[in-house]
Design a protein around this ligand. Structure first.
Ligand code: DWN
Ligand code: ZN
Length: 409
């Protein structure tokens, strides 16, 4: 089913600017016993809405298929993300004066990686996440969790049970919901009058400027700027009041601060003015992107084929959604990339979507010592290369795919 109207404002003037052709679902790792011919592929086309400036994909794959039926993403496999999340939680406890009478609700709480910090601080929490594996892990970790999708219906049910959130945290989820307006309407209903919503998502400006096209996939229905978030919130009677930037998270992440009242900061006004000046609010800014994506795709393919022609062995690190996107779009199959390693034990033993390389433990880099490793999880480059010092010391090399394919060590 193609969504031809804007997911935010309903406008019908969407301008398509990138067609990534048909791709498998990026987190749908394949069980070796599965019938590979049954794997599902979907069109992936990206468009810009001139009415509200939201960047979005046109295809709509059911959220149940992506986040319930076969989803293995656990947030706790990144030390950097855990540190970032702990800092966020403890900062909120002190800045908002949270205590035993407060309530913090996290939407897409995954395995409790963030809420556990509030639990330790004695602040009541509620996690909401539809994915069975992570939700069960969260409950085991002592984080009360509802295994459901969040939207206006669940919000109204919680309010009818007397619950209002002093803080709502929505990290890497507002881009993942097919009903964007229902999601925002739910946050408005659930938020206490003096409450704070913090929403984190990768910044569409970094996606374009650093050619991070591998972060475009079916799980991400939308790609946000301050401008598109501002217009979305205003339409729901909420205010985008402030923004923080984290260059080293997921290739460039913004954290938006949202509430029931107009408390806009100069920092937010600067971001909106910069986006206007750069052109993020007009289609022209996006129209050259397809050519740059093709340059990266062709360059990476040429680099890997050249290494293989020289008799070098190439593996990859990170059975990430972006990794599946990159392997499939660049056509890097098992003849070019032998296997993929990943720390997430739930992914080990499975096959990559579409290209079907085996996912193994990172220890394989030492026992197998491939000559080169393509860093599919480039967003964690520093953390991963620090871990792989021994592989490097034994003569190994890493390749990053974006912003330009290059051997980095
Ligand atoms: O929005 C999303 C982002 C935030 O996370 C979701 N759609 C799903 C997911 O996307 P992703 O799979 O591209 O995210 P990551 O977190 O970049 O994936 C990193 C992969 O690398 C994970 O499978 C874990 C793995 N990893 C590892 O093996 N060793 C990660 C680190 C830091 C490591 O040291
Ligand atoms: Zn729109």
């Amino acid at each position: 089913m193609s969504a031809v109207k804007c997911r935010s404002c309903g406008g019908d003037g969407l301008v398509s600017f990138l067609d990534l052709a048909r791709t498998p679902l990026p987190d749908a790792l394949v069980d070796p016993s599965d019938d590979l011919s049954a794997e599902e592929w979907y069109p992936l086309e990206v468009a810009f809405c001139p009415d509200c400036t939201l960047v979005q994909i046109l295809e709509e794959v059911s959220a149940e298929k992506m986040f319930v039926d076969n989803y293995h993403y656990f947030s706790s496999f990144s030390d950097h993300l855990l540190a970032h999340s702990r800092q966020h939680a403890l900062g909120l406890v002190s800045a908002r004066g949270l205590d035993g009478d407060s309530l913090v609700v996290e939407l897409a709480s995954n395995d409790g990686y963030l809420l556990k910090n509030f639990v330790e601080a004695g602040v009541p929490v509620l996690g909401i996440d539809p994915s069975p594996g992570p939700a069960e892990a969260a409950v085991k970790a002592g984080v009360p969790t509802l295994q459901e999708f969040f939207g206006i219906d669940l919000a109204e049910r919680l309010v009818s049970e007397g619950q209002r959130a002093d803080v709502i945290i929505a990290n890497n989820v507002m881009a993942h919901v097919p009903d964007l307006n229902g999601f925002v309407a739910g946050m408005k209903v659930l938020l206490a009058d003096d409450g704070l919503i913090t929403v984190e998502n990768p910044y569409v400006r970094d996606l374009i400027e650093h050619c991070e096209f591998d972060t475009i996939y079916h799980e991400h229905y939308c790609y946000f700027s301050c401008s598109s978030v501002d217009r979305l919130m205003r339409r729901h009677g909420l205010w985008l009041n402030d923004v923080e930037y984290f260059a080293d998270l997921h290739g460039g992440t913004l954290r938006w601060h949202i509430g029931h009242h107009d408390e806009r900061t100069d920092r937010l006004r600067r971001y909106l003015a910069d986006e206007q000046a750069l052109g993020l609010s007009s289609a022209h800014y996006y129209l050259q992107f397809a050519d740059r994506v093709e340059g990266v795709r062709a360059g990476l393919r040429e680099l890997v084929e050249g290494l293989r022609a020289d008799g070098k062995r190439v593996a990859a690190y990170g059975a990430a959604a972006k990794g599946a996107m990159m392997l499939n779009h660049a056509g890097l199959d098992g003849d070019l990339i032998e296997f993929v390693v990943d720390r997430n034990v739930h992914k080990q033993g499975k096959l990559m979507p579409g290209t079907h390389q085996a996912v193994r433990s990172p220890e394989t880099l030492l026992t197998d010592q491939p000559d080169y490793v393509l860093l599919l999880a480039w967003n964690f480059k520093d953390e991963i290369m620090a871990q792989q010092a021994e592989y490097l010391a034994q003569g190994g090399h890493f390749i990053v795919p974006v912003p330009r394919p290059a051997v980095v060590a």
